[in-house]
Design a binder for this molecule. Structure first.
Ligand code: GDP
Length: 171
């Protein structure tokens, strides 16, 4: 290994979109079915290898602080990447993505990389936000876009890997 780097990521988005589950799936390869505020893994860590460099990814979850104004500046400070989540079966969580984006841009370092994530693709029958809508929003704001399922683990690793690669390539 030539170098070791530390990247700090933050998970944001409305309550109930699946942030804790995405984190739990990525770090522990587990999915919790019952809705439980206390599963709130507030912090997770994982190692990645990029071009023979070791990258430690530290992920912070908002766990229960989802009211916009209650998120402190400290939480955003020093984050290299933000994972902005919505639920493809809940329109309001997608509408609020705009507010979250403004919040990140206001409080984060300017160079923060953002990935927009539409979670719960396993519930495709209940989908109300199309893939194209998510893609279009992300393109407009020049951020990465992906859909995933914390339940089946579809694309979960890829969210963190792609974000880490974009940050690595920039630095
Ligand atoms: P958070 O408030 O954003 O952290 O959301 P949670 O991680 O606590 O998840 C909220 C609810 O959505 C829970 O009942 C989860 O079991 C459920 N959930 C999370 N991710 C998925 C998913 O990918 N598919 C399905 N079907 N349910 C999910």
């Amino acid at each position: 290994m030539s170098h070791k780097y530390l990247y700090k990521f933050i998970l944001i988005g409305d309550a109930g979109v699946g942030k804790s589950c995405v984190l739990l799936q990525y770090t522990n390869k587990k999915f919790e079915t019952s809705y439980n505020y206390t599963i709130g893994v507030e912090f997770g860590s994982q190692m990645l290898e990029i071009k023979n460099n070791l990258i430690q990814i530290q992920i912070w979850d908002t766990a229960g602080q989802e009211t916009f104004r209650s998120i402190t500046r400290n939480y955003y400070r020093e984050a290299a990447g933000a994972i902005l989540c919505y639920d493809i079966t809940r329109r309001s969580s997608f509408v609020n993505v705009q507010v979250w984006l403004e919040d990140i841009l206001k409080h984060s370092p300017k160079q923060i990389e953002i990935i927009l994530v539409g979670n719960k693709t396993d519930l495709d029958k209940k989908r109300v936000v199309s893939y194209e809508e998510g893609k279009k929003f992300a393109k407009k704001h020049n951020i990465i876009f992906m859909e995933c399922s914390a339940k089946t683990s579809f694309n979960v690793d890829k969210i963190f890997e792609d974000l880490a690669h974009v940050i690595y390539d920039k630095t």
